[in-house]
Design a protein around this ligand. Structure first.
Ligand SMILES: C[S@@+](CC[C@H](N)C(=O)[O-])C[C@H]1O[C@@H](n2cnc3c(N)ncnc32)[C@H](O)[C@@H]1O
Length: 163
């Protein structure tokens, strides 16, 4: 059966059907080779980084290799959290890495407490928010959980620079 999801501008994706729940089982299979990206994201874990938050973490494709580097560094109190609103994507992530906190939540109001030294939202996560208000809410939420020296890295495909 073919399902078609229609995203209505201005509304969040989840309101338009659990698109990624249905897609989850195929997500990694259908994925392109992410080795170059993974290598890049690992470079974001610098000396002294103790905590990582990935918004829209999906099945953990990027979270896990970043977490491995952070945990290897031996920083005391290391903490890694992935937030996503799809149960099925998180189920798969949990099967892949148990030592990471996988939390169901909306990137605009992630149910996490900071501070985080590194926050990432990769593979066009922010592009799933279709209004300036939603984007602003998400950026404010990131600011609220970021450590003083922390930073956000976001990757977008075909970004719209007008917002
Ligand atoms: C294209 S996937 C990217 C997954 C992962 N970052 C990666 O690079 O493989 C987008 C993810 O965003 C999640 N998502 C969509 N809208 C969301 C929202 N409002 N809050 C949290 N997660 C959301 C989806 O469930 C999906 O897992």
């Amino acid at each position: 059966m073919t399902k078609v999801y229609i995203v209505v501008p201005g509304e969040r994706m989840a309101d338009n059907g659990p698109a990624f729940d249905d897609f989850a089982d195929y997500y990694d299979m259908a994925d392109i080779d992410r080795a170059p990206e993974t290598a890049f994201y690992r470079t974001l874990i610098g000396d002294g980084a103790r905590s990582l938050l990935e918004l829209c973490c999906g099945t953990g494709t990027i979270t896990i290799p970043m977490a491995e580097k952070l945990l290897k560094s031996g920083e005391p109190g290391a903490r890694i959290v992935g937030v996503d609103e799809s149960d099925r994507m998180l189920d798969i992530a949990r099967r892949r890495a148990l030592q990471i906190e996988w939390i169901k939540g909306d990137m605009r109001d992630p149910p996490v407490k900071g501070p985080f030294d590194v926050v990432v939202c990769c593979f066009h996560g922010f592009q799933l928010l279709l209004s300036n208000d939603d984007l602003l809410q998400a950026f404010r939420a990131v600011r609220a959980v970021m450590s003083t020296e922390g930073f956000l890295h976001s990757m977008s495909i075909s970004p719209i620079f007008s917002f």
